[in-house]
Design a protein around this ligand. Structure first.
Ligand code: HEM
Length: 64
């Protein structure tokens, strides 16, 4: 007689990927809060958030 509760587990790789992605999401939330409250001028915010549009100090992406 079973208990009706399945003991099926995810693989170690799946669990590691899940928690790695969870850490990345939480890190993004923290990074977003830091960026929003870093006291940057609107122009600096624009420059840093436009890094893929070829307007940042890191230069243009190769496809533009
Ligand atoms: C901030 C990000 C995340 C947090 C904090 C989080 C947290 C959790 C927690 C606490 C559980 C329950 C774990 C357990 O029962 O042992 C869970 C389960 C699960 N998570 Fe996440 N998770 C995150 C992101 C994601 C993402 C990005 C995906 C998929 C793309 C995902 C897919 C799943 C799935 C499918 C389960 C169910 C696992 C099961 O059936 O036992 N999670 N998550």
């Amino acid at each position: 007689m079973g208990t009706g509760v399945s003991a099926r587990r995810y693989s170690v790789v799946a669990i590691l990927l899940h928690w790695t992605s969870a850490l990345c999401v939480l890190a993004l939330v923290g990074l977003g809060l830091v960026m929003a409250h870093a006291g940057l001028t609107p122009m600096r915010q624009f420059q840093l958030s436009s890094s893929t549009k070829g307007t940042s100090r890191w230069g243009s992406p190769c496809w533009s």
